[in-house]
Design a protein. Structure first.
Length: 433
């Protein structure tokens, strides 16, 4: 296989620019997503001007003894926060003119040069206030977006997906139709990373997200759960409709990869739930098992089943090993020691493993680590869990620190994972020692 695709190794591959970061598309659409526009934006601008006029009249009626400086900032803050910088600038100009007219009407004794200087200074302060507030609103929006999104592809992250599935389950149980839950894994992704580099792997991930996004409905959900693993949720979607969507995604992605001469395909596991269960972890486990069946069947396969009473009974008696990837809850929360590549022993730090799954883990630290940092994660107490080598993929602020999504070079076995996921708390484990 390496010879077959050797010609592509000489090509320099770059991730797709419009989806490499979640910020890429967002900057082009921020005015539409964050601030009020259209007739509501026009009404906001009109209301801001009217409010400035009323403040000016009240300022004039109270005489020069009372200062209204801070009052003029209120309509500026209102329009800049909800309408953006352009509306904030308009309101700033109206406020500066209104303040100047009030001073002239009150008979202020000062030269025209001083009046011009004062007016310009006030306008500058108003413009600065508008700019800071508009930028703050955008920053808060982007921070929230990044906290709920995968920074590389722009897809939702696992915790966001878990919340979406939980809400969809409740709607389905109230009569909103069946749900189809899907798990996708990219075949030969490790070969692509090792042979053509991580830039090619990043581009393939972004290509898959673009393919999925272009072939699902606005009511559906999809997320990158870690590494090359993705999950989809089709709401109010039966087995035949869901299977048709998956075949289309698989074929179009395969065509795109074939054009680039990359041997990357999709193994897909899916299950349709006419009456979904409230245990989302259990649903994910079932679908994940179907994805592994697709892998064992030769890759580039779709295994899609319908949940029925018989499967439900069999699953109820199965061992309760749950490989939790997309959960919003604390799953592991084990203390651990981390060591950095080529760092001395005294440079070790401590962290908490918040969440662990076969292809990676989520690590909470007090500081942010840069992407692609290699670290060794070692359990603090000897309970049989092995030291894990991980690569940092992304980081987001959480609970007075940073939550890092990390990937393993090789998937953990069921036994290796269970030692981390099912061991008792560190304190009780220490007691047993």
């Amino acid at each position: 296989m390496a010879k077959q695709f050797q010609s592509t190794q000489t090509k320099k591959t770059q991730p797709r620019g419009d989806s490499q970061l979640v910020l890429g598309k967002e900057f082009a659409e921020l005015s539409h997503r964050v601030f009020i526009e259209g007739w509501r934006g026009a009404f906001l601008a009109f209301a801001g001007v009217v409010l400035v006029i009323l403040i000016g009249l009240f300022d004039y009626s109270t005489g020069p003894e009372l200062s209204f400086s801070i009052i003029y900032l209120f309509p500026i803050a209102l329009t800049a926060w909800w309408g953006g910088l352009s509306q904030g600038l308009l309101t700033s100009m109206v406020c500066a003119i209104s303040w100047q007219m009030v001073e002239v009407a009150e008979g202020a004794q000062m030269s025209s040069v001083i009046q011009l200087w004062n007016g310009t200074t006030r306008f500058g302060v108003f413009v600065l206030t508008s700019s800071l507030l508009a930028r703050l609103r955008v920053s808060l929006y982007l921070e929230k977006k990044l906290a709920r999104s995968d920074p590389l592809t722009g897809a939702a992250n696992g915790r966001t997906f878990y919340e979406s599935v939980s809400q969809a389950v409740e709607r389905s149980l109230r009569g909103d139709g069946p749900l189809t839950l899907v798990y996708l894994d990219m075949d030969n992704f490790k070969w692509l990373n090792d042979t053509l580099g991580h830039a090619a792997g990043d581009e393939a991930l972004c290509d898959l997200v673009g393919t999925i996004d272009g072939n699902i409905r606005s009511t559906d959900h999809f997320a990158r759960l870690g590494g090359d693993e993705f999950a989809l949720l089709f709401t109010n979607c039966g087995e035949s409709d869901g299977n048709a969507i998956l075949i289309r995604i698989q074929q179009r992605f395969a065509t795109l990869m074939a054009r680039k001469r990359w041997p990357v395909t999709l193994s897909i596991g899916a299950m349709t739930f006419p009456q979904p269960m409230r245990d989302v972890d259990r649903m994910v486990r079932l679908v994940d098992g179907l994805m592994y069946r697709a892998k064992k069947a030769g890759k580039d396969q779709i295994v899609h089943e319908m949940m029925d009473d018989q499967k439900l009974r069999l699953d109820a008696t199965a061992p309760k090993f749950i490989e939790r990837r997309a959960t919003a809850r604390v799953l592991c929360d084990r203390p651990a020691r981390i060591r950095f590549e080529d760092a001395p022993a005294e440079a070790d730090e401590f962290a908490r493993v918040r969440d662990i799954f076969a292809s990676g883990l989520c690590l909470h630290l007090e500081r942010e680590l840069s992407a692609n940092t290699l670290i060794a994660v070692e359990p603090l107490h000897e309970c049989g869990a092995k030291t894990l080598l991980v690569r940092v993929m992304s980081a987001a602020t959480e609970d007075n620190g940073w939550l890092h999504e990390c990937a393993f070079p090789n998937r953990l076995t069921t036994g290796e994972l269970s030692l981390w996921e099912y061991e008792q708390s560190a304190e009780s484990c220490h007691d047993r020692g």
